[in-house]
Write a protein that binds this ligand. Structure first.
Ligand SMILES: Cc1cc2nc3c(=O)[nH]c(=O)nc-3n(C[C@H](O)[C@H](O)[C@H](O)COP(=O)(O)OP(=O)(O)OC[C@H]3O[C@@H](n4cnc5c(N)ncnc54)[C@H](O)[C@@H]3O)c2cc1C
Length: 399
């Protein structure tokens, strides 16, 4: 049975992925009493490409977990190579994003565990195996959450609640009375042994109906994660091994690298209906971060970066609001969120058309192959624009 430490907090965070855990660490360090509720027990595997963009390392330093991440022995990834369905390819070096740092290949079970335990060490109260079922609403303001643990419900209250439940967006959806829509896309992920992926590379394969990524994580294991139209999955009897052989390995480079591969974990799958933006503040008293606020296309390899950036941003805005309670929390957060993320989300929306059409992907790869300058600008436009938002340096949240 859950024995609550208390029922009232300054901030409740729903979800303990990278967005929720990083926001919790920043807030707790700023003197805020935080409750974080996570439905799973960590460590747990997570459907993801497990490519941790080089810019995330600056976030690990600010969060005080850089040493623990290095101790987890991530694979170092120097470039991402995109392969068209005809085998043409272009490379995007990791150093284009930070100057000299490689990306990390690290499993989500390790990365997310390090972040969640660090939140606890920073004083955050963390409930795992605890599922948020609905928001509590007082006079049209979100005032906390209802949590189900072992079949029992418990209510927790706070003036500010943060939805960090990823693409589930549990609180935002419940408030909008949104029903689940028919999924148009399905993703699968597994760890593999004996692939022929190039050392130091994340390889992205385009094929009819979707794309997939293969890269190395800790211990020399390969992580394969791919997305495909739901109708193609149905045609393969929803069997990931059949989808892999019939669709993903349609790409000649994928056929070569995966020829001898053996699946060494269970397959994870997820489905969803759309990418892109949601409302950063879906209701008074409720702010959304990470995938709950916007789901950026996985080919950018920057979803986790956006989770850390929005976790930091929400903490900055909440701490400012605590110093000046006359400020409009929801409007302030929405304006700052849009400034930080709208431009890259718009650009990804345009590139997405090519990602799901082999002919357009072929054309895009040809254009990007012809001009390194264009390729560099396009790759960087999927990240923060230099003046769009000033994420603060280490420790400045405490001042
Ligand atoms: C196919 C695919 C490949 C991807 N590859 C990459 C990649 O290589 N690199 C990259 O940077 N990004 C990648 N992403 C994106 C990345 O996974 C997300 O952007 C990132 O996980 C977002 O973090 P988050 O904390 O917002 O959400 P999540 O990581 O989804 O965390 C949400 C947490 O909320 C919990 N939760 C959900 N519902 C409830 C509830 N009711 N109560 C309590 N807790 C709840 C979940 O258990 C989970 O732990 C990929 C995404 C997909 C779909």
């Amino acid at each position: 049975m859950l024995k609550p430490h208390r029922n009232n907090y300054d901030v409740i965070i729903a979800g303990g992925g990278p967005a929720g855990a990083s926001a919790a660490i920043h807030l707790a360090r700023g003197g805020v009493r935080v409750l974080l509720v996570e439905q799973k027990k960590f460590p747990r595997a997570k459907l993801c490409g497990e490519f941790i963009s080089p810019e995330c390392q600056a976030h690990f330093e600010k969060l005080g977990v850089a040493g623990a991440m290095v101790a987890s022995a991530p694979a170092l990834i120097d470039e991402t190579v995109f392969y068209s369905s005809k085998g043409h390819h272009i490379a995007v070096p990791s150093k284009w994003f930070t100057g000299n740092r490689p990306a990390y290949g690290l499993s989500r079970s390790l990365m997310d565990e390090v972040l969640l335990r660090s939140a606890q060490e920073n004083g955050v109260i963390v409930y795992e195996n605890a599922s948020i079922t609905e928001p509590l609403v007082d006079r049209e303001r979100v005032a906390g959450v209802r949590v189900k643990v072992n079949g029992e419900h418990h209510d927790f209250r706070a003036p500010i609640t943060i939805d960090a439940t990823g693409r589930a967006r549990i609180l935002s959806r419940k408030l909008a009375h949104e029903n689940a829509k028919r999924p148009t896309l399905v993703a699968f992920k597994a760890h593999l042994k004996q692939t022929k992926v190039a050392a130091g590379a994340c390889e992205i394969y385009f094929y009819p109906g979707g794309y997939g990524g293969l890269s190395t994580v800790e211990s020399g294991t390969s992580n394969l994660c791919f997305i495909i139209a739901a109708e193609n999955v149905k045609r393969c009897n929803s069997d990931p091994n059949v989808v892999l052989r019939r669709c993903v390995m349609n790409n000649p480079r994928a056929a070569e690298t995966l020829e001898t591969a053996e699946v060494s974990s269970e397959w994870l799958s997820a489905s969803w209906e759309r990418f892109g933006r949601q409302r950063p503040s879906p209701a008074p008293g409720l702010l959304a971060i990470g995938d709950s606020a916007a789901f950026i296309d996985p080919f950018t390899g920057s979803g986790m970066l956006m989770a850390f950036e929005s976790g930091e941003l929400v903490a900055q805005v909440v701490l400012r609001h605590r110093r000046d309670s006359a400020s409009d929390l929801e409007a302030d957060y929405t304006a700052n969120y849009r400034r930080a993320f709208d431009s890259r989300l718009r650009i990804c929306g345009l590139i997405r058309r090519a990602a799901f059409s082999p002919r357009l992907a072929e054309l895009c790869i040809a254009i990007c192959g012809a001009s390194e300058r264009f390729r560099n600008r396009l790759a960087r436009s999927t990240r923060a624009q230099s003046k769009s938002h000033n994420f603060l340096p280490h420790n400045s949240l405490l001042e």
